[in-house]
Design a binder for this molecule. Structure first.
Ligand code: GRF
Length: 216
């Protein structure tokens, strides 16, 4: 088998999406491996998850830097020296500026808990329920300088229930996040993903035919 794609995961919190990538990478057939986990928050729960699987971790605390650029330079250096080929943002709560995004263009992906381009930003579940839409979900996309923007790789649609609460919906969306993040990484690592005119094309993609109707 050819060499595995080297992943660097950036986190700020509990790291359940990191865990889904750790679990996927434990399968010897998975075409990617996690070479470093970096957190900007010293006590982020996700650091322990990585350490339990002997993945090297680093804390780069944004508060130790005088502004975004030097913080991002330190991130860039750590990622480069670990040999990272694809960065996965997994609940990483710092905005990245153009200089960093452009250095890692199409080698930097994010997971967001909504069907983008709807509900960019925070509190997505609460806002989706308030808006009365019948579906929410999650998106894995390439990162662009504008927040929660960029070519979409995989999405999962999750029906919103009549009496949903943001927490209940978040729980059901999270289950799908944990499926689509490893799937997106796998597709990229297999060399099947390209960006053409601002949109993603996937070689030999299997697209479902049936629609989901809510309420059914
Ligand atoms: C997830 O909902 C992800 O979509 C968003 O931040 C949350 C991170 O959760 N970007 P976790 O730290 O991966 O559990």
């Amino acid at each position: 088998m050819s060499a595995k794609l080297k992943l660097g995961i950036l986190i700020s919190g509990r790291g359940s999406n990191l865990q889904s990538l750790i679990d996927a990478a434990l399968d010897s057939d998975f075409p990617a491996e996690i070479v470093t986990v970096i957190s900007n928050v010293p006590d982020a729960g996700g650091l322990k998850r990585a350490q339990q699987t002997n993945i090297p971790t680093t804390v780069i605390n944004h508060k130790d830097f005088d502004g975004r650029e030097p913080f991002q330079d330190a991130l860039h250096d750590a990622l480069t020296s670990a040999g990272v080929e694809l960065i996965c943002l997994a609940g990483f709560m710092r905005l990245l500026t153009d200089s960093f995004v452009n250095r890692w263009l199409d080698k930097l992906i994010n997971i967001h808990p909504s069907i983008l381009p709807s509900f960019k930003g925070l509190h997505t579940h609460e806002r989706a329920i308030k808006a009365g839409v019948r579906f929410s979900g999650c998106t894995v996309h390439f990162v662009r300088p504008e927040m929660d923007d960029g070519p979409i790789i995989v999405q999962a649609a999750v029906p919103i229930h009549q009496e949903d609460t943001p927490d209940a919906l978040a729980g059901r969306v999270l289950i799908e996040e944990h499926k689509i993040y490893p799937l997106a990484v796998k597709l990229i690592a297999e060399g099947r993903v390209s960006v053409e005119n601002g949109a993603v094309k996937i070689k030999n993609a299997v697209n479902p035919d049936s629609a989901i109707i809510n309420p059914s």
